[in-house]
Design a protein around this ligand. Structure first.
Ligand code: FDA
Length: 307
């Protein structure tokens, strides 16, 4: 892993740095480049703008690693409010939600996470939309896939995320490529040990292509979450040669990253979904985005000093 990436990921977990950055009067614009805002209304406003540009959305209420039942409940309530808002504004057809199980109680116990995620799924069904479970670090993969299986017994449309940096993911892709499944394939954003993950970015890319092939050959709905221009092109070509029509898979990118490419893909007939995070706990998310790209860190630091 690039030393700057390791440093920023370490900073993401460091409480002193967290307090300093979180309380620094960071320019609103810097955070707003990657985060829709702090409230449900902010999230809905950004969703409306993106949908008007022909894009679809998945919304993430920021917060993770909750070891407090009350905070987990607060997160569930935030999702329920959001789903009500999306339905009321007629946006549910184009906007779903992404949920981190650790934010709804996974670290406390699997049962609580299942029950809380089930409440979100039930409301999503009423609103006429779907839910995708984010994937966190490798210690949670088995638990997340178990929760997924349980939720899918009632709501077969619940989606999962698989990370191509993990050795296990080609096999997981095959297991989840069946009819009705929704799988979001990404490279993976956590600092993982070489025992479980490919340390070399080129190997991660090769694994991405292998997993993409498995998903494209399967009967489910693959969702390719990447900003990597080479992978986007390879997937377009593979999808074509396997007879996958636009609309039988989608591209996904993060809010604020390659927005022109998001529009270009949508204008060329692809389904594109933008992952939009919002909420007061934006710090960990922002640090992961900075870790991915030194240019973003420079952008962030410049904005800090030039306020
Ligand atoms: P990579 O980081 O190699 O970047 C390839 C190219 O894309 C770069 O050269 C640059 O051109 C552009 N680019 C990438 N990141 C950029 C940035 N921050 N700013 C500007 N340009 C950038 N991870 C996870 O572990 N669990 C999860 O549940 C999810 N969920 C998820 C949903 C969606 C919709 C997306 C798009 C991503 C995730 N991720 C995730 C994050 C994912 O694992 C990964 O960390 C990022 O998408 C970056 O990887 P890329 O595939 O973009 O490639």
């Amino acid at each position: 892993m690039h030393p700057l990436r390791s440093l920023i990921l370490a900073a993401a977990g460091n409480d002193v740095i967290r307090r300093q950055v979180a309380t620094a009067p960071v320019s609103r614009d810097v955070v707003r480049r990657f985060v829709a805002g702090e409230t449900t209304a902010d999230a809905i406003d950004v969703t409306r703008e993106l949908v008007a540009r022909g894009l679809n959305v998945t919304l993430d209420y920021l917060g993770e690693d909750t070891t407090d039942k009350a905070l987990a409940e607060q997160t569930v309530q935030a999702y329920l409010d959001l789903l009500d808002g999306l339905q009321a504004d007629g946006l549910a057809k184009h906007a779903e939600v992404s949920v981190k199980l650790s934010a709804v109680g996974q670290a406390l116990d699997d049962r609580l996470a299942v029950e809380n995620a089930a409440r979100i799924c039930a409301r999503a069904e009423q609103a006429g939309t779907t839910v995708t479970l984010d994937m966190e670090d490798h210690t949670t993969t088995d638990s997340t896939l178990r929760v997924l299986a349980e939720l899918r017994a009632t709501w077969p449309w619940v989606g999962a995320v698989l990370q191509s940096y993990l050795h296990r993911t080609e096999l997981d892709s095959a297991r989840l490529a069946g009819t009705g499944s929704r799988v979001r394939l990404c490279k993976g954003a956590y600092a993982e040990p070489p025992e479980v993950a490919y340390p070399d970015p080129h190997q991660v890319d090769l694994s991405y292509v292998r997993c993409a092939n498995v998903l494209l050959r399967g009967d489910g709905f693959p969702m390719f979450a990447t900003h990597d221009p080479r992978l986007v092109e390879i997937i377009g070509t593979r999808a074509d040669s396997l007879g996958r029509k636009p609309g039988s898979f989608e591209f996904q990118m993060l809010y604020g990253i390659r927005p022109d490419e998001q529009t270009r893909l949508a204008d060329s007939g692809h389904t594109v979904r933008v992952y939009v995070p919002y909420g007061v706990q934006w710090y960990g998310y922002l640090m992961r985005r900075l870790a991915e790209r030194p240019a973003n860190t420079a952008f962030f630091l410049r904005a800090l000093v030039s306020r």
